[in-house]
Design a protein around this ligand. Structure first.
Ligand SMILES: [Zn+2]
Length: 132
């Protein structure tokens, strides 16, 4: 049985959340809005991009410009992976689950750096006492 849930239980910001979990370090609610997989929508975007580029560069490259499809594809893969990786890091405590899996020491260092950066930023926001 599918039942429509009340709107209140679906926060607007996370409408497209593909994964919901709790941060293992600080227990904040976390959401992942993107998956690292390419969807049909992305291939459509790449196809349109290739079409436009082929049109724009036709004088120089003719139909060889169509091979740019693979260049754009590779670019999309890289960007999507970066976006996915940055989404994994907890915005509250800096815990990175993907690094934790690979190397606990690196994950620990990243959390340390996150807090050092956060502390430095909060110190910077204090107005200078003796401004020239
Ligand atoms: Zn956290």
């Amino acid at each position: 049985m599918t039942k429509i849930r009340p709107l209140e239980s679906r926060p607007f910001r996370f409408k497209n959340a593909t994964k919901k979990f709790h941060c293992p370090l600080c227990a904040s609610e976390r959401y992942l809005t993107s998956s690292h997989r390419m969807s049909a929508k992305h291939f459509l975007q790449i196809a349109v991009l290739t079409g436009v580029t082929t049109f724009a560069l036709f004088d120089f490259m003719q139909w060889r410009a169509l091979s740019l499809f693979f260049v754009f594809w590779a670019g999309y893969e890289v960007v999507r992976r970066l976006v996915y990786r940055s989404g994994i890091e907890c915005p509250y405590c800096g815990f990175d689950a993907s690094w934790y899996k690979r190397d606990v020491k690196v994950a620990r260092r990243l959390v340390d750096e996150f807090w050092q950066k956060k502390n430095a930023e909060s110190q910077k926001s204090v107005p200078p006492q003796n401004a020239p």
